[in-house]
Design a protein around this ligand. Structure first.
Ligand code: SAH
Ligand code: SF4
Ligand code: F3S
Length: 469
């Protein structure tokens, strides 16, 4: 396991900027304004990466559009976390062959986590001949150079060789419209949970310099962003590779001191690295939103050990108790996997019991999906799929009941929300500090801002409210 990080040097990035300039000139000479489309699968980390891809495309002179049809460049940012995600990508990319026939100059790129798996990159190379370029997450910052090469030579390019993992500062970014912004604070993962592909495709943990993060958040606050989410596969281990000085709690302290009216969220926390110090820091600052996503994955100690999670169910429960005491009103969510290889019915019941004990506000539930090259994929897995689905349904039913009950507790209260937009011919959509969806009656003038919402009704999935003074 190599921990070396290579920072992309200013010279290296300037060479990419040169490619952007050359592409702008190339299209100008032809009197064309090229169009581009970016399609994103997977988690917030990929969303954030896609904003950088879109930023680079704009820098190269491309105008972003909402569909692949007719685009001069198409980039599909992929996710490898479960087989279903991969199947969707193969299906959709396969279908892109028709659009390309109608628009032969179109350049199709695949990037993201799937492309970090050698067998997938090979499959694309051999069987998806209409794909012009492939790059893994390590090579994202080289996109201008790859695009330039495909456009001017017509050759296919593959940038998938394994790399130490890089940090590129200063890439242009085209943020999604609205009051929310992502800020990646670290990349990669060192945890090697036995079921998970992420450490293989995103490389080792590496933290951005605190100054770079602080500058970015300060600029976003000045631009009027109201909700800033710090991203990392395991944000709590932020700083461990920086040689002392600052940890994640320390970073939060610094960010909490930035002037402006905004919430700070963060994703994702690993229980083994979530500390009392972190929860105390959350408790000290109102700006640090009362929301915690703390995946537990299983309620069985035997399964947790087989997953290489390095905590027990009792330790998890103690953490939750501490966090709730330190940050009153905390909204708690988690991820959980059903049907890990060898999981017994009794072990699944341990998961049900943990969910009942904790009473999460919401839960992201997944059926185990074997990932090639991970240790768990080699374990015997005797439980039939139909049985796993039955367990999964029971878990969802339990959580739906709890979510409904938790939502009902909001009714009659007035809470601060951030208003995102409006459903077509419908109510405003907003989120509470804890991320609960509120469908709100109120004027358009509230969009993009904080508002007070009187909660008048609730369901399993959302709250109903009226804008209040
Ligand atoms: N770094 C984050 C999330 C990573 S992926 C974390 O550690 O919490 C998001 C979720 O996908 C995981 O929390 C896990 O619940 C789920 N997941 C990951 N690999 C999976 C697999 N092979 N099968 C099913 N679910 C998986
Ligand atoms: Fe995957 Fe575990 Fe890392 Fe999360 S902490 S990305 S589940 S290996
Ligand atoms: Fe998927 Fe990669 Fe995120 S595998 S979940 S897009 S880190």
């Amino acid at each position: 396991m190599e921990a070396k990080t290579t920072a992309v040097t200013p010279e290296q990035w300037r060479a990419q900027e040169d490619c952007c300039a050359r592409l702008r000139a190339y299209w100008q000479e032809r009197g064309t304004v090229p169009a581009a489309y970016v399609e994103t699968y997977g988690c917030q980390q990929n969303e954030a990466d896609s904003e950088r891809i879109a930023g680079m495309l704009e820098r190269c002179g491309y105008i972003l559009q909402e569909e692949a049809e007719g685009a001069d460049a198409v980039v599909v940012n992929t996710c490898a976390v479960r087989e279903h995600a991969e199947q969707r990508v193969f299906g959709n990319v396969g279908a892109m062959v028709h659009g390309k026939r109608r628009h032969p100059g179109q350049k199709i790129f695949l990037c993201g986590c799937m492309m970090g798996q050698p067998h997938v990159a090979r499959k694309i190379q051999d069987s998806y001949r209409h794909v012009d370029g492939v790059f893994s997450t390590h090579h994202l910052w080289r996109f201008p150079e790859l695009l330039w090469e495909t456009v001017t030579t017509g050759k296919r390019v593959f940038a998938t060789e394994d790399a130490a993992g890089s940090i590129a500062e200063g890439l242009p970014v085209r943020r999604a419209p609205g009051p929310r912004a992502w800020v990646s604070v670290m990349y990669g993962c060192n945890n090697f949970c036995s079921y998970c592909i992420v450490p293989y495709v995103r490389g080792r943990e590496r933290s951005r310099k605190p100054e770079a993060v602080i500058d970015e958040v300060r600029a976003l606050a000045e631009q009027g962003y109201r909700d800033i989410t710090l991203l990392g596969q395991n944000v709590n281990s932020y700083g461990k590779d920086l040689g002392g000085g600052i940890d994640f709690s320390g970073l939060l302290e610094e960010l909490a001191a930035i002037p402006g009216d905004f919430w700070l969220h963060f994703l994702t926390s690993h229980p083994k690295d979530a500390s009392a110090r972190l929860f105390d820091t959350m408790g000290r600052h109102e700006r640090l939103a009362g929301q915690l996503h703390l995946p537990f994955q299983s309620g069985s100690d035997r399964v947790l050990q087989a997953m290489n999670r390095r905590y027990t169910a009792a330790e998890y429960l103690a953490l939750v108790e501490y966090a709730r005491a330190a940050k009153p009103g905390l909204v708690l969510t988690a991820d959980v996997i059903v049907g890990f290889p060898g999981e017994t019915e009794a072990e699944f019941e341990d998961t049900m019991r943990l969910v009942e004990r904790v009473r999460f506000d919401a839960l992201f539930t997944f059926i185990y999906s074997p990932r090639k090259g991970t240790p768990a994929a080699g374990l015997p897995d005797p439980v039939p799929r139909a049985e796993k689905i039955a367990w999964f349904d029971r878990l969802c039913a339990l959580q739906n009941r709890i979510s409904g009950e938790k939502h009902a507790e909001y009714v009659g209260k007035t809470v601060r929300v951030l208003v995102d937009g409006r459903e077509e011919n419908g109510p405003l959509t907003a989120r509470t500090e804890g991320g609960r969806l509120v469908r709100l009656t109120g004027p358009d003038s509230l969009i993009g801002n904080f508002a007070q919402a009187k909660i008048t009704g609730s369901s399993t999935w959302s709250l109903l409210g009226e804008a209040a003074e």
